[in-house]
Design a protein around this ligand. Structure first.
Ligand code: HEC
Ligand code: HEC
Length: 308
C-alpha cells in the first residue's frame, strides 16, 4: 500500500496538473424532465405509507444532500443499515452506493424505491398510483409524449433531476481556474492534504468517488456491526471494510461522517482517517488547516433547486 502511495505521489508531482478538477459550471440536463423528476424526488406518494420521499434522507437544502442522522429512517420508521451519502454531484461518482452495487444513477434509483426499509414499493404499485393523478398524467404527457406513466420513465425523470444537482463554483474551483486567491490558511490546508497523502484516495472531480478503498489500510477499523461493504458484492473476504471513497465536496455540511456515521465532526473524521488510513497522528493545528481547505469545496446551490 505504502509503495502504491509513493508511486502515486511521484506521479502527481511529475504531472504538474492539479489532482482535483473543477465541476463543470454548466451541468447538461433536460430542464423539463428534471423538473418532473424534482416533483417526484420530493413526493411521499412514492413510499408505501406515504411517509418518506427521497428528500427525507437526502436533504438537498440543509444537509448537503445527505442525512444528519447516523442511519436513515424509512418506511414505517424502520432504520436503515448505513449512513446516507449525498446526492449532490452524484452524477460524477464512478459507481453508486457505498459498495458500488449500482453502476449508474438509474440502477441506483430503483434501490430505495423497492427497499423494504426505505420506500417499500414496487414498479407496479408506483405505476398504479401515479397513473391516477391527473397532474402527473399531464406532466408526463407534455414531457415524454406518453399517456401511460411507466416505471422506466419515473426513473428517467428522477435521474434527470439528479443530473442537475451539481454544485459548481466553489471557492476551490474558482482558485483552480485562476479566478480568485485562497487565504494562506486554505492554501496551507490544501498543501497538507497533498502532503499527508489524503489526495491519493480523494482526488478527481468529486475529490473522491472514483475508487474503492479500505477504511483501515494501516490500522484496522473495528466495527461491531456488519455494514454492506464491497465484500457483499464481490463475496471476497479481502473486500471487507472496503467502500467507495466518498466525495469531499460540500463535506462541511454532510455530518455525521463515514458509512456508520461514527464521526460527528470533520475534525474527528480527519483524525480517524490519518490514523487508520495513513498510519499517523495528525496535530490539531494541521487538522484545522485541512478543515479550512475542505470548506473551500462548498459549492453553489444547484440551479435546479430554484427553478420552476
Ligand atoms: C430512508 C432513507 C432513504 C431514502 C428514502 C432514499 N435514500 Fe438514497 N440513500 C440512502 C442510503 C442509506 C444510501 C446508501 C446505501 C448504501 O450505499 O448501501 C443511499 C444512497 C443513494 C445514492 C448513492 C450516492 C452515493 O454516493 O453512492 C443516491 C444517488 C440516492 N441514494 C438517491 C436517492 C433517490 C433518488 C431516492 C428516492 C427515489 C432516495 N435516494 C431515497 C437513504 C435513502
Ligand atoms: C487509502 C485511502 C484513503 C486515504 C489516504 C484517505 N481517505 Fe478519507 N476516506 C477513504 C474511505 C474509503 C472513506 C470512507 C470510509 C468509511 O466510511 O468507512 C473515507 C472517508 C473520508 C471522510 C468522510 C466522508 C463522508 O462523507 O463520510 C473524510 C472527511 C475524509 N475521508 C477525509 C480524509 C482526509 C482529510 C485524509 C487525509 C488525512 C483522508 N481522508 C485520507 C479513503 C481514504
Amino acid at each position: 500500500m505504502m509503495k502504491f502511495i509513493l508511486i502515486f505521489l511521484l506521479f502527481i508531482s511529475i504531472n504538474a496538473k492539479e489532482p482535483i478538477s473543477p465541476i463543470p459550471v454548466k451541468a447538461d440536463y433536460d430542464l423539463k424532465k428534471a423538473l418532473l423528476g424534482k416533483s417526484l424526488f420530493f413526493d411521499t406518494i412514492l413510499s408505501k405509507d406515504r411517509s418518506v420521499s427521497c428528500f427525507s434522507c437526502h436533504n438537498v437544502y440543509e444537509d448537503g444532500g445527505a442525512d444528519s442522522r447516523d442511519v436513515s429512517i424509512g418506511f414505517d420508521h424502520r432504520k436503515g443499515n448505513i449512513q446516507s451519502p449525498t446526492v449532490l454531484n452524484a452524477r460524477y461518482n464512478f459507481v453508486q452506493f457505498w459498495n458500488g452495487r449500482a453502476k449508474n444513477l438509474k440502477e441506483q434509483a430503483s434501490g430505495p424505491l423497492n427497499n423494504p426499509v426505505e420506500h417499500n414499493m414496487n414498479p407496479q404499485e408506483i405505476e398504479k398510483r401515479l397513473n391516477k393523478i391527473p397532474s402527473y398524467k399531464e406532466e408526463f404527457k407534455s414531457t415524454y409524449g406518453v399517456s401511460y406513466i411507466s416505471y422506466e420513465l419515473v426513473l428517467d425523470a428522477i435521474v434527470e433531476f439528479e443530473k442537475g444537482l451539481t454544485t459548481p463554483n466553489s471557492r476551490f474551483d474558482k482558485y483552480l481556474r485562476g479566478e480568485i486567491n485562497l487565504t494562506d490558511e486554505e492554501v496551507k490546508g490544501y498543501k497538507l492534504f497533498k502532503h499527508y497523502g489524503c489526495i491519493t484516495c480523494h482526488n478527481g472531480i468529486n475529490v473522491g468517488s472514483n475508487s474503492y478503498q479500505k477504511i483501515g489500510t494501516f490500522i484496522p477499523y473495528e466495527n461491531k456491526r456488519k455494514y454492506p461493504d464491497r465484500s457483499e458484492v464481490t463475496k471476497n473476504k479481502i473486500d471487507e471494510n472496503v467502500f467507495k471513497v466518498p466525495t469531499l465536496r460540500n463535506i462541511s455540511k454532510t455530518a455525521p461522517y463515514f458509512h456508520d456515521g461514527s464521526s460527528k465532526t470533520l475534525k474527528e473524521a480527519i483524525t480517524t482517517m490519518s490514523e487508520h488510513n495513513l498510519g499517523m497522528a495528525i496535530s490539531d493545528k494541521d487538522a484545522n488547516y485541512i478543515i479550512s481547505f475542505l470548506k473551500t469545496l462548498d459549492g453553489e446551490t444547484p440551479k435546479i433547486l430554484n427553478a420552476e
